[in-house]
Write a protein that binds this ligand. Structure first.
Ligand code: NAG
Ligand code: NAG
Length: 593
């Protein structure tokens, strides 16, 4: 490593006129600031000055715009590059920081007496992780770290109400974490709920005949209107006749957080009750960032996800990613902890792998306004990379309609507005809303839907969304952002799912059920593409809003109330309740062939 002085001399050609070590705060610019302590958290105490933690610095990715252009080209069925997904190395080239950016950040570290040789760097160099003390971090970021406590729980984190960067670094550093993102394992939300009084069944032989002919549910009402099983979904979405051919190459990934463990015995029980031909097949568990696999505590979310991805995609290999976030901060110890940033931890793990599943589903989310904008942009950009690599990434749209609770803004003004969900609002993922009933299939009232305040509306959806907005007129005007990325993109059943938990069948609902269901259908389409010697579908949205739209069952009734309003109403064409509708495998197969 060069001595600091040499580095600073080397930087003379850059636009920095002020020394990077400036400890005077007027040269700082605010990167992100909360107006109020995030809901659910209370200020506990100042962070000890000598407390050590890993600071993650996200460097500006020099050719990120090119990555996004490449993503759109390889995902657009009308483009000559369609299906020519990027390798990990090609993505790394596009996200690597400029040399000047690296030099400036290294000089900044050195000016704060940090040994940059001790830092860890991501393969492309756009993340630098370095151990710092609270006192050092506060000098670097012109802020104050405190210990915050989540609710009445014993979860404590070290976070800041805001952070700043020296002006000369502002265009070179996209994100520093942990700073103002308070979303952690306890506050992320799994989008599922148990229905204690709903009917449950331990056998669905009465509907097995549905598998015999295509689309029978469209005309025949049946037990599937009160209890959903893989048989119902395979019939409803027309996958029953398809036999996977590419199971040596095709995989489906289920991403789990919050110490949710997918139980292998429950899966066998589920198969014996609802998918007997799959008995004996299982899934692989991959532990990320200290995630666990405690088979004595089956998770509702994890079991729902894996039972339905497997129940529909069998015999496609499924992988369950158990993402950890511990050890967490304990206020009476001074043990270093990791950064406990679940999305970043999982994304950085998966993106460092050469071979990744073609399809992913994740059933977690938070109100977008609780995620700092710089953090959301960064995480969303990482999803763009998964798409560029050729993976289809599904997220549940949320379970609060247009917003839960009183829907007040957290910008200090407490204005009532709809509360979009993140990552559902990221334009580079495919967001799945919920439906209920079989003849007809209608929007389920909790189906999350709306418009982002962070991400502008991507071109792929502008025609579909403007048709909807024209028909909406002035309804809900002022409560949502007409220029934002609109979601969900698609929908699938979201209520009355029969899930085996600890040996008993339980009725579970939520868009947590919709996302794995939709992902399993996409996984079968990926199997079909691979079996034809073609590339996987990759990022789906440019396809499904264009030539693929004809492969969906348009859902035209139901609504998603919230925030004390009736929310939006499903209608012909795209709507922010059920998107383009629910998938019809056979029609989609014909369209993508
Ligand atoms: C940053 O947070 C501190 C409290 O930690 C507060 O005193 C200061 O005014 C905040 N600055 C901004 C720009 O919000
Ligand atoms: C509306 O969304 C755009 C992005 O499309 C954003 O720039 C703008 O700040 C948002 N407006 C509000 C009031 O959040």
């Amino acid at each position: 490593m060069f001595p600091v002085s040499a580095l600073l001399l080397g930087l003379a050609h850059l636009t920095t006129s002020k020394p990077l070590s400036s400890k005077c705060r007027d040269d700082f610019e605010v990167k992100h600031a909360w107006a109020e302590i995030p809901r659910g958290w209370t200020l506990h105490a100042p962070a000890p000055a000598d407390y050590m933690f890993d600071m993650r610095i996200g460097l500006r990715q020099n050719r990120f715009d090119e990555l996004v252009s490449a993503l759109y080209e390889v995902s657009d069925p009308a483009h000559s590059r369609y299906g020519q997904h990027l390798s990990m190395e090609q993505v790394h080239e596009l996200v690597a920081p400029h040399r000047d950016t690296v030099d400036l950040v290294e000089a900044w570290l050195a000016a704060h007496d940090l040994d940059s040789d001790s830092a860890q760097r991501s393969p492309a160099g756009e993340w630098i992780t370095i151990r710092v003390s609270v006192a050092q971090a506060e000098m670097m970021l012109g802020n104050e770290y405190n210990i915050f406590r989540h609710g009445e729980s014993e979860e404590y984190v070290i976070r800041a109400m805001n952070y700043s960067l020296p002006a000369s670094l502002f265009g070179h550093v996209d994100l520093v974490a942990p700073t103002t993102y308070f979303g952690t394992m306890k506050s992320m939300r799994a989008t599922s709920h148990i229905n204690l009084n709903a009917p449950t069944i331990n056998s669905d032989v009465n509907v097995a005949s549905l598998l015999a002919s295509a689309s029978s549910l469209a005309t025949v009402s049946s037990g599937c209107s009160s209890t959903i099983t893989p048989t119902c979904l395979r019939a409803l979405y027309n996958t029953a006749s398809y036999v996977p051919q590419a199971t040596d190459r095709n995989t489906l990934g289920v991403v789990g957080y919050l110490n949710e463990f997918a139980n292998r015995v429950d899966l066998q029980t589920f198969f014996s009750r609802f998918r007997s031909d799959a008995v004996g097949s299982t899934f692989t568990t991959v532990l990320v960032n200290g995630g666990g696999d405690d088979q004595s505590t089956p998770g509702v979310e994890a079991n729902l996800d894996i039972q339905y991805t497997e129940g529909i995609s069998f015999p496609t290999p499924n992988i369950y990613y158990s993402t950890g976030g511990s050890p967490r901060f304990t206020p009476d110890g001074n043990t270093p902890t990791n950064t406990n940033e679940p999305y970043l931890d999982w994304l950085n793990f998966i993106l460092a792998s050469g071979k990744i599943p073609q399809t992913f589903t994740t059933s977690y989310g938070d109100d977008e306004q609780t995620v700092p904008e710089d953090y959301a942009l960064q995480v969303c950009g990482l999803f763009a990379r998964l798409g560029a690599r050729g993976s289809s990434v599904m997220f549940s749209s949320g379970d609060n309609g247009v917003g839960g609770g009183n829907c007040l803004s957290n910008d200090g003004t407490k204005t009532k507005k709809f509360l979009p969900n993140f990552p559902a609002s990221c334009p580079f993922v495919t967001t799945v809303g919920g439906t209920i009933g079989v003849s007809p299939e209608v929007a389920v009232s909790f189906s999350g839907g709306g418009f982002s305040n962070y991400f502008t509306q991507p071109t792929y959806q502008s025609a579909a969304v403007s048709t909807f907005l024209n028909s909406l007129g002035s309804k809900n005007s002022g409560l949502f952002n007409k220029t934002g990325r609109a979601y969900p993109d698609v929908a699938a059943q979201g209520e009355n799912f029969q899930v085996v938990i600890g040996g008993s069948t339980t009725s579970v609902g939520g868009t947590s059920a919709s996302s794995p269901t939709f992902a399993a259908v996409i996984s079968l389409l990926n199997d079909f593409r691979l079996s034809q010697g073609k590339s996987p579908l990759g990022f789906l949205n440019p396809l499904i809003y264009s030539t693929g739209a004809a492969g969906f069952n348009d859902i035209t009734s139901g609504s998603n109330p919230g925030c004390g309003t009736n929310g939006f109403t499903a209608r012909a064409g795209w709507d922010p309740v059920t998107g383009l509708g629910t998938p019809d495998f056979l029609r989609l197969q014909a369209l993508i062939g």
